[in-house]
Write a protein that binds this ligand. Structure first.
Ligand code: SIN
Length: 284
């Protein structure tokens, strides 16, 4: 049976309606989901899915190999290394969670590694009554919005990516810097399945390899302005049991943090391993 889809915004995204991820899915159905994922510019929403970590992992595996989050070991689910937890719930020792600000800047997942993520599947376990939204941006559209001159200027250039997160403990930061030295990725990546060019830049990119900070800044400013145009985006308002599946090769996202910190927000994410990309940054 064909999937019933409902578009979420003009720029990207569709909801897959009438699907129950607690039930076994045929290969044909998974193939239809994969096609819809590519056709809708890399974002699908599955609403009302009463699944737990094991089913979340099993469904995600239908789309590829899963990352075990070695680059962010402290954010892993205690029983499932394939699940990354993003939450403002305090740690068992009462300390604030290091992941409470995860994702609160425009980025593509695992861009600070040499295996940037193919895709991510984020499940809402607890959401505040209002806010806690996530913004998504279509990075094909961001590339297309640049002038031919700018497209030609940045072809062949690499942005330097680092792991960045606000208000983390000093030992978390030290461990993260040790595990994740700065890496350089092309500013324009060709999507391996659609063959389309997508801009690959986010707020963690502060410099272009081979250029000074001062030379990089105006170029990065132009690229980020193209990346965050409202007409290139979709804003997701979470409901408990939503699962959003996005393509990190052609989208960026940002958790807004627009909610009362006294309210609970807990998200669980699986991450699909992407193709090797980039190299350790020179002169970083
Ligand atoms: C993430 O960047 O993976 C988390 C996004 C969110 O919590 O909304």
């Amino acid at each position: 049976m064909a999937l019933r889809l409902r578009k979420l915004s003009y720029a990207l995204g569709a909801e897959v309606c009438d699907i129950d991820l607690t039930q076994p899915l045929s290969e044909d159905c998974v193939g239809d989901i994969r096609r819809a994922f590519l056709e809708h510019n890399g974002l699908l929403l599955f609403r009302n899915q009463r699944i737990g970590p094991a089913q979340h992992i099993a469904f995600s595996r239908r789309f590829g190999e899963l990352d075990r989050h070695e680059s962010v070991p402290r954010d892993r689910h205690p029983e499932h290394a394939e699940i990354l937890v993003v939450t403002n719930e305090p740690d068992a020792d009462g300390e604030p969670s290091n992941s409470r600000y995860t994702g609160q800047l425009w980025h593509s997942d695992l861009g600070f590694t040499l295996r940037p993520a193919l895709g991510s599947l984020l499940r809402a376990v607890a959401v505040p009554p209002v806010g806690g939204d996530t913004l998504f941006a279509n990075m094909y559209a961001a590339y297309d919005a640049l002038s031919a001159g700018m497209q030609s200027l940045i072809s062949g250039l690499c942005g330097i990516h680092t792991q960045q997160r606000r208000h983390v403990s000093a030992d978390w930061q030290a461990e993260s810097s040790r595990l994740n030295p700065p890496v350089a990725h092309p500013l324009v990546r060709i999507h391996p399945e659609t063959g389309r060019k997508a801009l690959y830049v986010g707020e963690p990119v502060k410099r272009i390899e081979g250029l000074s900070d001062a030379e990089s800044a105006p170029i990065l400013e132009v690229l980020m302005a193209a990346a965050i145009r409202p007409q290139g985006g979709y804003r997701h308002q979470w409901q408990v049991n939503d699962l959003v599946f996005w393509d990190n090769r052609c989208t960026n996202h940002q958790a807004l943090g627009d909610y009362d910190s006294a309210e609970r927000r807990r998200m669980e994410r699986t991450t699909l391993v992407g193709e090797p990309s980039g190299h350790l940054a020179s002169g970083a």
